[in-house]
Design a protein around this ligand. Structure first.
Ligand code: SF4
Length: 452
């Protein structure tokens, strides 16, 4: 029984590989574990593994740890594990494995019922001012054609489940075929949905589809109490309390439909100047509801301002650390790497370590309308020259968009011309594994660190 598996896990740290499971001691040594423990860890669902993830290790044939990161990237990668992401880089570097698409981030709706401060898409306004503004809210069959192209492309390259993020370029709940899309993506193409929304226009049909076929429902909170929510969303009809009720409904539906071990439900919050007293209380509130995770992020510094004019106060830092203290195997808290400023620039600070190739654009592209683009950075994405192609409905068209010649042409000045990067984590990790692989003569093994 599921309860037994989780209840009997020791306070042990495990290493979960593709073929084996080991124990990791506090001194960093690796040891074998009892068969019973192996069975317990093997019985965890992908969500349970991801919730317990405490990082990644890379091990050589002699059992030496060559690389270790203690960061859980649950809320960044799920349902992909960081181990699987790293293995992809390894097989690419070691064996020349052709790169599949492992994740696609779809911006399919223009328009929003909110007017959030600092919205990256300007509620769709940015894209409407450009010449990439086509193919939004497609008929379902056209959308499914695009997914079939992506699924087929990746299957040929050894990946049979592509992460499918839907975040709109505005509010994704507005797409009339959303529920059917989520269902069919999973049933026909084994593409699990990661759904990013404020949740204000979720209806029962979409919520049921998300619970039955989705992987991750992430509700964005423009503010984290009544006042800040109202101020930052500029939405007159949907309140902080409505959003909390929405979370309760999702948790209840997930329980009723027996999907607690599979579907992750989380909240995302932005650091705001007025919220310094509120972080812990918000985390406690949603943890008590049964939400799995919260991610607090710095947002890009608003145009015309300097990020380093907005220092996090000692009170805010203390609150965020207290929020972090709520973490356990049932609640994951993600904080910015450094608690220094409220805003940030995703600047590529150290070019010597940054990859010369944008791997992210090859394995995690962005679908904007019917076009497939290198990334989500608005000043990059909304230029036709960074579009690999525009789906017209022709079979095999993605193979043409991703031909080596076209990829080389579209990405010829990235990352060299990119001042900031939304996929900095992915590109750096990919590059790190490639470097390790090239330095090591023998085979490497990859393990997710899993807390028991
Ligand atoms: S900003 Fe540049 S390097 Fe980063 S994902 Fe976009 S294209 Fe790639």
């Amino acid at each position: 029984m599921p309860e037994k598996i989780t209840d009997t896990l020791q306070t042990q740290t495990y290493l979960l590989g593709v073929n084996d499971i080991k124990g990791l001691m506090a001194d960093g040594s690796i040891h074998d574990v009892a068969n019973e423990e192996v069975e317990m860890v093997r019985g965890l669902t992908r969500k349970e593994v991801a919730m317990r993830s405490a990082g990644l290790v890379v091990v050589d044939t002699n059992g030496n740890i060559l690389y270790r990161t203690d960061k859980s990237h649950l809320q960044h990668f799920f349902p992909i594990l960081s181990r699987d992401f790293a293995m992809l880089a390894y097989e690419y570097a070691k064996f020349g494995r052709p790169l599949p698409i492992i994740s696609v981030d779809s911006h399919d709706v223009i328009g929003c019922d909110f007017r959030c401060a600092n919205c990256l898409s300007g509620a769709g306004l940015l894209v409407t001012k450009t010449n990439v503004n086509n193919g939004f809210e497609p008929p379902l069959e056209k959308y499914l054609h695009i997914l079939s192209e992506i699924a087929e492309y990746s299957k040929k390259r050894g990946v049979d489940s592509v992460r499918f993020e839907q975040s709109g370029d505005g509010n994704p709940d507005m797409y009339e075929h959303r529920a059917a899309l989520i269902r069919e993506a999973r049933k026909r193409f084994n593409m699990p949905t990661v759904y990013v929304t404020t949740g204000s226009l979720l209806n029962e049909d979409i919520m049921t589809a998300l619970i039955d076929y989705g992987a991750f429902i992430r509700i964005s909170f423009p503010g984290i109490d009544k006042q800040t929510y109202e101020r930052y969303s500029a939405n007159t009809g949907y309140t902080f309390d409505d959003s909390i009720e929405r979370l309760k409904t999702l948790v209840k539906m997930r329980k009723e439909r027996g999907r607690e071990r599979e579907v992750l439900i989380g909240a995302r919050i932005a650091l705001r100047p007025e919220e310094e007293q509120l972080y812990y209380g918000f985390g406690k509130l949603i943890k008590d509801i049964g939400i799995d995770c919260v991610q607090a992020v710095k947002i890009l510094v608003p145009a015309g301002l300097k990020y380093n004019d907005f220092k996090l106060t000692p009170t805010a830092i203390e609150q965020l650390q207290k929020l972090k203290g709520l973490s356990n195997k049932d609640f994951n808290v993600g904080l910015p790497n450094t608690l220094d400023y409220i805003y940030y620039e995703r600047a590529i600070e150290d070019r010597s370590n940054f990859s010369k190739i944008c791997y992210s654009s090859r394995i995690e592209p962005v679908l904007t309308g019917s076009g497939i683009f290198v990334c989500t950075k608005s000043d990059v994405m909304y230029k036709t020259k960074y579009r690999f192609g525009n789906f017209e409905g022709e079979k095999g068209e993605l193979e043409k968009f991703y031909s080596p010649q076209n990829v080389a042409q579209v990405t010829k000045d990235v990352p060299s011309s990119c001042k900031t990067c939304p996929s900095i984590l992915d590109n750096l990790l990919f590059e790190k594994i490639i470097t390790l692989t090239k330095k090591s003569a023998g085979p490497l093994s990859f393990y997710e660190i899993v807390n028991g």
